[in-house]
Design a binder for this molecule. Structure first.
Ligand SMILES: [Zn+2]
Length: 460
């Protein structure tokens, strides 16, 4: 028997509805939605405000193990930057085994589910063994991410990453040896192997990914965008750091996004991660082709990347989603707020998310959801509908501000005054996977995670 759910308040595209019963099949697919229902006939009574599960459009699971570690600085060494952080990240990437990765990712995905993310796009580039040799199964490490998702109930879009170079015109360095595919043909074999792995779990699918303009020869990027699979979302880090922009100008005579927009036939299957440093023309080239950007405000802030020109992008109806990237925060509400406040602080205006509906909270949730779903290869824009899998998060309405808010004020109160702590129930694939901030396997996963971290000795 599959449980029937009764939702006190649930957000549909046309507004918040009360007393809605939702039925699913054994795979978690919605089979019936009954408005104005009675609670008596349901197995699970979900009190609070329920919204669709958040989409985490950019994650590197292994980096969760180092969240917070790069904040201890040597005072005599005053040049800590993205690039020194990257060295620490490489050290970690070189040390983890497939079992380590599975334990770290399982903990991470459980914590994401606790915070209301039900889907993750895993931008995955640690492919080979510690010596840089291929595993017997090419996608061994990726299969561990899928296993972690299945164990925790997370929906995963595994994006195996093509990584080839150390920089524009520069060979890869020793620290990158676990990441590399020498050419497109070799990468496509990895992609195919990942596709086979994804068949083992109904909550898994795949995307196609290029590490960055500095990670793959530009001609190869062009070739794969034309000759590679056309039915998968295409993810790439781009224009995150000023040095990347300078290097691209020196090597290509063009800025990264300028080159990308001119040489790649952009569409809404493209997801450009960060895209921090853009000229007006670059902003226009992304918005007019309906390409998406994936913004990771807490990581971008942590790494000192810069601030994406969101107000300009919005004026051209640009599309964006959010990601937690290095996982210094796992709270979707915090990502949305920080994204907005970066704009407010630099524009001296408070209208970042208010230009369309007037309701900043609703706009932010809607935008992160619709573009986020595309990052997972899901083009469905309906919040809850028959035939779709039930993924949802419920926030507690007994906190003072939410308890006293009318429906019309609820979503903005949520986005601007609440946190993941108020997420009291997460349903993924039609099953309750987290309640009151605790994943159903919380203690077992925590134990496994702590054992791995102690063995790695990175947090001692
Ligand atoms: Zn990233």
């Amino acid at each position: 028997m599959t449980p029937t759910f009764f939702f006190e308040k649930i957000l549909f595209n046309d507004g918040i509805k009360h007393n809605v019963r939702i039925l699913t099949d054994t795979d978690g697919t919605i089979t019936d939605i009954q408005p104005n229902a009675t609670a008596a006939l349901a197995d699970e009574h979900i009190n609070g405000i329920t919204i669709p599960g958040f989409q985490n459009a950019h994650s590197h699971a292994f980096q969760y193990a180092m969240a917070g570690l790069a904040e201890i600085h040597d005072p005599s060494h005053r040049s800590d930057s993205f690039w020194t952080w990257r060295n620490a990240m490489y050290d970690l990437a070189l040390s983890i085994s497939p079992d380590d990765l599975e334990a770290i990712a399982s903990m991470l995905y459980a914590e994401m589910l606790n915070a209301g993310y039900t889907n993750v796009a895993e931008f995955h580039y640690v492919h080979h063994d510690k010596d840089g040799q291929k595993y017997a199964s090419l996608s061994e490490m990726g299969s561990r991410l899928i296993a972690a998702a299945q164990k925790t109930g997370m929906n995963i879009t595994l994006v195996p990453i093509f990584y080839q170079k150390g920089g524009l015109g520069v060979p890869a360095v020793e620290g990158q040896k676990r990441f590399l595919s020498p050419d497109m043909e070799s990468y496509l074999k990895l992609l195919e192997s990942s596709k086979m792995d994804a068949l083992s779990y109904k909550g898994a699918n795949i995307g196609i990914g290029i590490h960055s303009m500095r990670g793959v020869d530009p001609e190869e990027i062009k070739r794969i965008s034309e000759a590679g699979p056309q039915d998968l979302p295409f993810h790439i880090h781009i224009s995150e750091q000023l040095k990347e922009v300078e290097d691209a100008i020196a090597y290509l005579g063009q800025r990264p996004v300028e080159w990308f927009a001119e040489h790649i036939k952009l569409s809404d299957r493209y997801h450009l991660v960060h895209a921090t440093h853009l000229t007006k023309n670059e902003v226009l080239s992304l918005a007019e082709t309906r390409a998406n950007v994936v913004l990771c405000p807490t990581t971008e802030g942590n790494l000192g990347d810069g601030i994406f020109p969101l107000n300009q992008y919005h004026a051209l109806n640009g599309q964006w989603s959010i990601g937690t990237d290095s996982h210094v925060s796992l709270d979707p509400l915090e990502e949305l707020r920080l994204l907005d406040y970066g704009q407010r602080l630099t524009s001296h205006s408070r209208m970042t998310f208010a230009h369309k509906t007037g309701d900043s909270g609703l706009f932010a949730i809607n935008q992160a959801l619709i573009s986020g779903r595309k990052a997972m290869n899901d083009y469905n824009e309906t919040y809850f509908k028959v035939g779709s899998v039930l993924n949802a998060v419920t926030y507690n309405l007994s906190t003072p501000l939410l308890a006293s808010s009318a429906d019309s004020k609820l979503l903005s109160t949520l986005v601007y005054s609440a946190s993941a702590k108020q997420a009291i129930c997460t349903i993924s694939r039609g099953k309750i996977v987290s309640k009151e901030g605790h994943h159903i396997h919380q203690s077992e996963l925590t134990k496994g995670f702590i054992n791995v971290i102690h063995a790695l000795k990175t947090r001692l």
